[in-house]
Every structure is written in C-alpha cells, then in structure tokens.
Design a protein. Structure first.
Length: 183
C-alpha cells in the first residue's frame, strides 16, 4: 500500500530489472543460464599422442590425479623414448601433486636418453601447483603449443649446429637447404 500523495512507480519488467530468470530451463542461447548447469569437462584422464615434425606431443586430458596415473602413464612413458617431447596440459581439467610426479618421471626419462622436454600450461591453478612444488623453474612452462614447438625447433637447430652438423635438423618456415644452421 502506498502513502496518499506518493508518486506511483511505473511497472518494470523483471527481465530488465534483474536479468534472465535463473529458474527458467534455458537462456537466450538455449543453454542453462547458470555456469554450474553447463556440462563440465570430461574428468576421465586420457593421453592423446601425435607427432609434429620431430616432436612427440602428448596432450593430457581430464583429471590428472593418483587415480588417473594408470590411464596416462604408459602413453607418456612411450613418448619419452623420443628425443623431443612436448607435454600439453591445455586440455587438463585438474592436476595435483601426483601429476607433478608424472612430469618429473617423464623429464628424467627424456634427459637420460639425451632428449628435451617442453611443457605447455596456461591454467592458473596448474601453474600454482607447479610453483608450489618448486617445479615452475625446472619445467619453464609456456602458454601455447606453438611457442613450445618454436622453442624446440630453435633448440634442435642449436643442437645440430653445436654437434658440427651431425644428426637431423628441423628447418623453420622459409629456411632453405644450405642456409644458416645447415651443415
């Protein structure tokens, strides 16, 4: 009830005042309007391995924790037999200290064989786990796969030059045979 003589407010649409109805089944885009209603990333851990030039790339998907080590460990072990390994944590939904152990094991195996390992990670919580474990300075994660592949190509070229031209070299875009870095 309003006071006599008080101005009356014009009715306001609830959509304009508070936004979409959070209790409706769908939002304008057809999806649930609440973030917690949207589908979560697949938590099942899995490793996807493929080659890019000389590099073996291993994408770790899902939740990498103690329960998931058995799912991704064998593929990561197989990848560490190659001279250049890039581990991509971009599709990783969760990563705990068990994952740190997995990375350390992979790195040790690669180094024992005279290879190099790069790490792709931009997720703030995973980076925080790396820092908390004192491993950010060991792995030097880069934010994109492209950056890791470029760094590996440069390192591969430097290793090729340092060895006096022995072994295969990876040419960058626009390189020609007999150019700089070619033996």
């Amino acid at each position: 009830m309003t006071q006599p003589g008080a101005p009356r407010r014009a009715p306001v649409s609830s959509d304009a005042a508070v936004g979409p109805d959070p209790f409706s089944d769908t939002a304008a885009d057809g999806l649930c309007p609440l973030p917690e209603c949207r589908p979560a990333p697949d938590p099942e851990p899995r490793a996807v391995t493929y080659r890019v030039g000389r590099c073996t790339v291993v994408e770790l998907h899902g939740e990498i924790d103690i329960a998931g080590l058995a799912s991704v460990g064998p593929q990561l072990d197989a990848a560490t037999t190659t001279p250049a390994v890039v581990i991509d944590l971009t599709p990783t939904a969760f990563f705990d200290c068990s994952g740190l152990g997995l990375l350390c094991r992979a790195r040790r195996r690669v180094i024992e064989r005279g290879g190099r390992m790069r790490l792709v990670c931009a997720h703030p919580l995973i980076l925080r786990t790396l820092r908390a474990g004192g491993l950010a300075e060991v792995f030097h994660p880069v934010p994109t796969l492209e950056e890791a592949l470029r760094a590996e190509e440069i390192a591969s070229g430097a290793a090729h030059t340092a060895s006096g031209g022995a072994g295969p070299a990876v040419r960058g875009a626009g390189s020609t045979p007999g150019g700089p870095g070619e033996g």
